[in-house]
Design a protein around this ligand. Structure first.
Ligand SMILES: *[C@@H]1O[C@H](CO)[C@@H](O)[C@H](O)[C@H]1NC(C)=O
Ligand SMILES: *[C@@H]1O[C@H](CO)[C@@H](O)[C@H](O)[C@H]1NC(C)=O
Ligand SMILES: *[C@@H]1O[C@H](CO)[C@@H](O)[C@H](O)[C@H]1NC(C)=O
Length: 660
């Protein structure tokens, strides 16, 4: 009833254009947080919500979903930037007024729900978990502004569209000169075989045959409700967003008169979905935003142990915890981290070295990694301590001390060979602590440089494990640029990088900043989860015992659709590809991979193959990857520094030329 009344008022008021400047918008949100809105302002705020409302239930066709670009049009993003800054400005005001965490959680939950961002339960859960950190950062960081938070939060791959202008984010690591002489270690000639497992995302709440199409961001969990029966057929027209932001006499303003049209259009696009019973959640995992059942994770590990009894090492590249980010707990994280490693130790025995890495989901709350000087209850040391305890059997005292201090460490499996696990989650844009201290990220790269310098002097080759792949909008520009500089400087000793996070099977190729030659490959591990629209996988890789470069890479998977037809039988794992053979390569060196990337652009066949393997032949992703989607995959390979899209554009051009 209330909603109808507001809609009516808007329609009556829409004859004149009603403009709200950015300052007025901010003031409105501030008054909302301070509970100082009068009646008229309350109505105006409602109109604003209509303009800013996210299209929550837009069931895009799979085709749309898999196509690129997936980001909203530039003017819609511009609107998001304005909205984000206003909301954070209001939050700063609330903090300055000394409001308690509880008060702020209430207000923000109302905003989050009113703007259709998530359900009440998800909004309040996520805000409750995150607000104490944000509040602490606002109170203790004089340089922090609403712009800083939003610049990180809304950063995209395309350009710096909601810039924060915070100069603290600009820093450089110091790179040592190349030494004149290095040691030549005596190497172990025995073959080296490594299993790669990543992104287990084990969900202890997984309910087989439960609700897979639910009203929360992660489904297949006990106690969930089905998605609502009414849905938007499509999002509001881009043209409406475009008309929302207007410039008048050099002042940017929002045209509130557009709100009535938005309401009208949403009304037109809103349809009741035919009452149908969606397929219940599969037993062995589910393509629809569902994490991994415990038994499916166990099956991955048992399968590796049974099938590949000659592996020497296992690389685990992070993200053990589920995507129920609005209701994670210390207990959940501890239990899953313990299960993950105990299962591996039991299945592989004590003679197989496991090198685990921390993922962004391991933190409480998700993504939040505080610098180690943050003490008190918001610290991240609790996680590092807990992992020292669980991963202890695989670590030296030195590695334990390093893990405890920073969440990263190195180990030497053999003479002349070092494995570094880098905790790059600290530089993830969703980590609020970046606002508190953007140079904490630098300290982690300084540590990496020191590790590499020591290995260089010792004549060692190095593998780097890091959860998040380089070059993505997930990182600040500075981080990706500096990481690239480090790879350039030390490419002669870096024999491979290994990442997780994406769940898709992909890789990255670095080029020299001086002569453009291919210098290093960062291999993606794929993921042991179906989240979302993927088949699960693990990899088996062989390495040269002198250069420690990969000599072969096999990927194993199962068809989730097929496995779920026979819940009582273990999934049928099969060899999806042997990379070298499938792509007709003589070896897996950066030069060969560069040849492959060029062939993908000029001969569609190899890119088609890559696109098929990308989702591991997922029934709900592979068939829907259109041309834009494939170009996106190709570009992702060569973008290793944020916003540096030159190589991507060259390849795209070549791919398009071929089609003409
Ligand atoms: C604001 O939107 C209304 C309704 O669409 C339109 O009539 C009016 O011209 C717009 N005003 C400006 C300044 O663009
Ligand atoms: C670190 O945080 C955890 C979780 O809030 C807390 O239990 C622990 O006491 C904290 N440690 C210190 C030293 O404050
Ligand atoms: C997966 O299994 C289902 C059910 O047997 C089948 O229909 C589908 O074609 C399979 N997918 C692939 C890529 O083979």
């Amino acid at each position: 009833m209330e909603v109808l009344a507001i809609g009516f008022m808007l329609i009556c008021a829409s004859s004149a254009s009603k403009l709200l400047s950015i300052d007025e918008t901010e003031t409105l949100f501030k008054k909302f947080v301070l509970k100082e809105l009068n009646e008229q302002e309350t109505v105006t705020l409602q109109e604003l919500f209509e303009l800013l409302r996210l299209p929550r239930y837009v069931p895009m066709t799979r085709k749309q979903k898999m196509g690129y670009p997936t980001t909203r049009a530039a003017f819609a993003r511009n609107l998001e930037c304005i909205a984000c800054r206003s909301i954070f400005a209001a939050l700063f005001e609330g903090v300055a007024a000394g409001q308690s965490d509880d008060q702020l959680v209430d207000t923000l939950t109302t905003l989050c729900t009113a703007m259709g961002i998530q359900t009440q339960k998800v909004c309040s859960g996520a805000i409750e978990l995150n607000l104490p950190i944000i509040n602490y950062i606002i109170r203790n960081t004089p340089e922090a502004t609403p712009w800083t938070f939003c610049g990180l939060l809304l950063q995209t791959d395309l350009a710096d569209e909601c810039p924060h202008g915070d100069t603290r984010f600009e820093w450089q690591v110091e790179l040592p000169a190349v030494p004149e002489s290095v040691v030549t270690p005596t190497l172990d000639p025995r073959p080296l075989k490594i299993a790669i497992v990543t992104d287990a995302h084990i969900d202890p709440m997984y309910e087989p045959y439960g609700v897979a199409d639910c009203d929360e961001p992660t489904c297949c969990r006990y106690g969930q409700n089905p998605a609502p029966l009414y849905r938007l057929q499509r999002a509001v027209d881009d043209e409406l967003y475009e008309r929302t932001v207007v410039e008048q006499n050099g002042v940017t303003a929002l045209n509130l008169s557009v709100a009535s049209e938005m309401i009208r259009q949403r009304g037109l696009y809103l349809t009741t979905v035919a009452k149908q019973t969606p397929e219940p959640a599969g037993y062995w995992g589910d393509y629809r935003s569902c994490d991994t059942p415990l038994w499916a994770y166990d099956d991955v590990i048992d399968r590796i142990a049974e099938t590949h009894n000659d592996i020497d090492i296992v690389y685990y590249i992070g993200d053990t915890i589920d995507h129920g980010v609005w209701e994670t707990s210390f207990e959940l994280i501890n239990d899953m981290n313990r299960h993950l490693i105990e299962k591996m130790r039991t299945a592989f025995g004590e003679n197989v070295l496991v090198v685990p890495t921390i993922g962004n989901h391991e933190a409480q709350p998700t993504n939040q990694f505080a610098p180690n000087r943050v003490v008190g209850e918001l610290n991240t040391t609790w996680l590092y301590e807990a992992l020292v305890d669980k991963w202890g059997p695989y670590l030296t005292d030195e590695a334990k001390a390093s893990l405890l201090e920073r969440g990263e460490f190195s180990v030497r499996p053999r003479p002349g060979f070092k494995v570094i696990t880098l905790n790059n989650n600290i530089a993830y844009r969703d980590n609020w602590w970046l606002v508190y201290d953007p140079t904490d990220a630098k300290r982690h790269l300084d540590w990496l440089v020191e590790e590499l310098r020591q290995s260089e002097l010792a004549g060692e080759k190095v593998h780097i494990l890091a959860h998040i792949p380089p070059g993505r909008a997930d990182f600040t520009h500075t981080w990706s640029r500096e990481y690239s500089r480090i790879i350039n400087r030390f490419s002669s000793i870096i024999a491979g990088e290994f990442n997780g996070h994406m769940h898709s099977d992909q890789f990255k190729l670095f080029y020299s900043s001086t002569d453009g030659a291919p210098i290093a490959v960062a291999w993606g591990g794929g993921g042991a989860t179906a989240y979302s629209n993927y088949n699960l996988n693990y990899k088996i890789m062989d390495f040269d015992t002198t250069t420690f470069e990969a000599t072969s890479m096999e990927c194993y998977t199962y068809n989730v659709t097929e496995a779920n037809l026979t819940p009582n039988r273990r999934p049928h794992w099969f060899l999806l590809y042997d990379f070298k053979n499938s792509f007709d390569l003589p070896n897996l060196s950066p030069i060969s991979i560069d040849n492959l990337v060029n062939a993908m652009a000029s001969e569609g066949y190899y890119l088609d193959l890559y696109a098929a393997y990308y989702s591991k032949l997922s029934d709900t992703r592979w068939p829907y990857c259109n041309q834009n989607c494939k170009i996106g995959y190709l570009c992702d390979i060569v973008i290793t520094e944020l916003w540096n899209r030159q190589k991507c554009e060259e390849l795209t051009q070549r791919y398009m030329n071929r089609l003409q």
